[in-house]
Structures are given as structure tokens and as C-alpha cells.
Ligand binder design. Structure first.
Ligand code: URA
Length: 455
């Protein structure tokens, strides 16, 4: 039997009451080996003070695989009572620092155990029992086990580790000796369930082997059924990525019609991608259907989403100013977006809806609406504003600074395709000079695009 937190607590309390200083105590894993010298005692502490914060820290530190932990805890307890009641707030104190580091490592280990224990079905003495083997870094079984009672309390289970085992019989939790991995030999159909599940959640587009090893450390792999298939999944990643690229997950269904009203009405109920769920309105394009110039932005913002109208918020005002400076009547051009719904996330400090960039898949899903608008309006010139519109129209990632002066004459969408800064890049400019320059560029690009559309 090794020393438990409870037996340490009782011993430590006894020593503290007697006034035994830490340097006269000797702690060992075995309670019987604990000893102290009864000389040079400090003043007795008849009513030891044990702050709640210390108890929480001590409970975790007691699980650390560190032979010094019991002595460290007693030193802290003694110093809290004789030296400074606020000792735990002094993070640069060597004892406090070490205890906090150990507690952090133990909590991390508990988190990993909760994530990586995999039960297998077994018949133990005629009782259907769920069993698992796990190798934690620290001695965390007592602290980590109540989680499994809460989570899997409706089935009897046992968790075996090299240092000890925990058993739940539907009524109480008990602990016994540990078990080495080679004695734990259970194969069951449950393994296949885990593998199937893992295959289904494995996303090759997110494959980062380094991160995977950090999250699911290879030291746990031997007890996880799904790790048998990790190498197979990694090998197949390039092929699956290609398949994913060729088979986009969602795509808007656009009616075959030459009526703009019908198109817009159909777009209003589009639910092809998840952004639709969080938006108030589908914001379709607006402007004369005979326009020679089409401007394509990114996606509606907060105000556009509430009103269902394109480019009316702060970015819309910048666009209107730039058009006015370029001498272009906004009513004469068709203005739309690459993505028709507002994608947003809740601000952490305010209730504001913060703009979030649409993913490639969402942009792809929405593209049929843009294509149908272009097919209907047949503009001579399209001016893309910003990277998202550029990507949708050029079919590749664009660099605005280096491409804004070039006219693409081989686009399938219009005779001339050009690009410029998105008005929000002007709103978010680094400084006044940057803002002024980008506004100047936008006005110049609008003028050129307009001129091209008139020729
Ligand atoms: N930004 C855009 O790209 N489009 C809008 O309609 C509004 C803001």
C-alpha cells in the first residue's frame, strides 16, 4: 500500500499540530516509512489553517509521479501556517512554482485519460463488463475515475493501469492492484466501432501530423483501437483531398430561368450552405440588368443582412464615395457579392456580430448565384473588389496590389475582368496614408473599369 492523499493529510495535520518543521520530517511512498525527529520543535499549531486553494492544489500534486511531492506539500502547509498565509499567491516562490507546475501536469494527464480511455466489452465471471487499459503519466486513477462514473455509470466497468485499477459495479467505486499491458488481452467488436467512428471524423484537409501527436500522444497509441488505422488514413490523405476538391460538399440549386425576379426569389430561400442558418436575409445583387459594368464584393455585412440590400453599410458608403469621385452613377451599374449571406461570429465583449470570412466551400456553394447574375446581365466589364470576389472570379488566389493594374481578357465571365481594393480594406487601413492611397487606387480602378465598359 502506498501513501494516499488522505493518509498524508492526517499525518501532516498531526505534525503541524505538534510543531514539527519540514526539515525534520522524512516522507516515503510507504506510510510506515514516514518518520520525524522529535527535536527542535516549533510552536504547536492547535488549529491549523488550510486554505481551500491549498487543498485543491495538494489533491492534484499528490497524484504527481514525483517522490518529493509529500515533502513539498508538507513544506507548503507548514509555511502557510508559520510564514505567510498568502504564500500561494507568490508565484516566484520555488515551492509554490514547483507545486503549480506539478498540478498543471497532473490536470493535463487527467484530461488525456478522460479523452483516451476506450472500453471493450468483456465477460467477467458471467457479468458483461466494460474494460479498458490505460497508461497515465501520473498516479491519477482516483482523481480521474469519478468522471467515468458520471459518464458511464449505467454499466459495470474496470479501468486497469500499471499502477492500479478502478472498478465500478453500478453502486460503488473501488480500487485494486494494477495490471501490465501484456496481461490485458481483450479484443471485441467495439474496436471496429471506434475505427469506423475515427474514419468518419478524420478530416484529411486538417491533417497536421505534429499537432496530432501533440493532442494524441503516441504513448497512448498502443491502447487505442483507432490508432491501428492512423497510418492507413495518413497514406490515403492526398487521394481523399483530391476527391474532396472534386466533389464539393454543397452547391446552390439555381433554377433555369432568364427572369431576374425568379432567380432572386429562389435565392431568398437558399439553404445550400451553413451560413444561411445564421443570416436574416439573402442579399442578392441590384442594378440595371443592361449594365455594362458589374461590381462584385465579398459578402453582405451586418447592415446589409438586416436590410436585405447590397452595400449599404460602412463599406457601402465608401463604395458610393469612390463611385462619386470617379464620376460614376451608382444607379447605372450592377452591384453584387460573391457570397449572398452574412457570415458572422459573436463579439467577445460586445453583442456586435463580427464579420467572418466565408470558407472556400461556402464560396463555392454560393457561386451558381453569381454565375446566374452574370449570365443574365452580361456585363462587358466586371470589377472584383477584394480577395474573396477575386478568388471566385479568377478561380485562384489573387494578389490585389500586383494585379489591380492588369485587365484579364480571357475570363469566361466577361470581356474584361479587373480587380481592386475592397472598401473595407480602406476602412481598416493601417494609417491615414494607407487609407488615402487605397481610396485613390479604388477611384482610379473604378474609372478604368467604367471607361473599358464604355468602349
Ligand atoms: N461588403 C461587401 O462585400 N458587400 C456588401 O454588400 C457589404 C459589405
Amino acid at each position: 500500500m502506498s501513501l494516499t492523499f488522505e493518509s498524508w493529510r492526517l499525518k501532516a495535520r498531526d505534525l503541524l499540530i505538534k510543531g514539527v518543521p519540514p526539515n525534520q520530517t522524512y516522507w516515503d511512498e510507504s506510510p510506515s516509512l514516514f518518520s520525524f525527529e522529535e527535536t527542535a520543535l516549533f510552536a504547536p499549531v492547535p488549529h491549523p489553517k488550510v486554505p481551500k486553494e491549498f487543498m485543491e492544489l495538494a489533491e492534484a500534486v499528490a497524484c504527481a509521479r514525483d517522490p518529493e511531492r509529500w515533502a513539498l506539500l508538507y513544506r507548503l502547509l507548514f509555511r502557510l501556517n508559520h510564514e505567510n498565509q498568502n504564500l500561494l499567491n507568490i508565484v516566484v516562490d520555488e515551492d509554490v512554482h514547483k507545486a503549480k507546475l506539478l498540478a498543471k501536469s497532473v490536470r493535463h494527464d487527467i484530461h488525456k485519460m478522460h479523452a483516451f480511455v476506450r472500453f471493450k466489452k468483456a465477460d467477467i465471471d458471467g457479468v458483461e463488463t466494460y474494460v479498458a487499459w490505460h497508461k497515465p503519466e501520473h498516479l491519477i486513477l482516483p482523481l480521474a475515475s469519478p468522471f467515468f462514473v458520471r459518464r458511464f455509470g449505467d454499466k459495470p466497468w474496470s479501468i486497469f493501469t500499471p499502477d492500479g485499477s478502478a472498478h465500478w459495479n453500478l453502486q460503488s467505486l473501488s480500487f485494486s492492484e494494477g495490471m501490465p499491458q501484456n496481461e490485458f488481452d481483450h479484443e471485441d467488436p467495439f474496436d471496429e466501432v471506434w475505427k469506423t467512428y475515427y474514419r468518419s471524423i478524420f478530416n484529411p484537409a486538417r491533417l497536421k501530423i505534429k499537432m496530432m501527436k501533440a493532442e494524441m500522444s503516441p504513448k497512448y497509441w498502443s491502447s487505442l483501437p483507432e490508432t491501428e488505422i492512423i497510418h492507413e488514413l495518413i497514406r490515403n490523405t492526398p487521394k481523399r483531398l483530391q476527391d474532396m476538391a472534386e466533389a464539393p460538399r454543397f452547391k446552390a440549386e439555381v433554377p433555369k430561368t432568364s427572369s431576374w425576379e425568379e432567380l432572386r426569389t429562389a435565392a431568398l430561400s437558399c439553404k445550400a450552405c451553413p451560413i444561411a442558418q445564421q443570416a436574416n436575409h439573402t442579399v442578392f445583387g441590384e442594378g440595371p440588368l443592361q449594365a455594362d459594368l458589374m461590381i462584385v464584393g465579398e459578402q453582405p455585412g451586418d447592415e446589409e443582412d438586416l436590410a436585405g440590400k447590397v452595400f449599404i453599410g460602412p463599406a457601402g458608403q465608401i463604395l458610393s464615395q469612390a463611385l462619386a469621385l470617379a464620376g460614376i452613377d451608382r444607379e447605372s451599374i450592377y452591384v453584387t457579392n460573391a457570397v449572398k449571406h452574412f457570415k458572422w461570429t459573436q463579439g467577445t465583449e460586445s453583442k456586435a456580430r463580427i464579420h467572418k470570412k466565408a470558407s472556400g466551400a461556402e464560396m463555392h456553394a454560393c457561386k451558381p448565384w453569381l454565375e446566374s447574375e452574370i449570365a443574365l446581365v452580361k456585363p462587358k466589364v466586371i470589377l472584383a473588389l477584394g480577395v474573396t470576389a477575386g478568388t471566385a472570379l479568377y478561380g485562384r488566389l489573387v494578389q490585389i496590389q500586383s494585379e489591380r493594374n492588369k485587365v484579364n481578357t480571357s475570363s469566361a465571365f466577361a470581356k474584361s475582368l479587373t480587380i481592386s481594393w475592397h472598401p473595407s480594406a480602406i476602412l481598416r487601413a493601417f494609417n491615414d496614408d494607407d487609407r488615402e492611397q487605397k481610396m485613390k487606387d479604388l477611384v482610379e480602378d473604378l474609372k478604368k473599369a467604367h471607361h473599358l465598359s464604355q468602349t
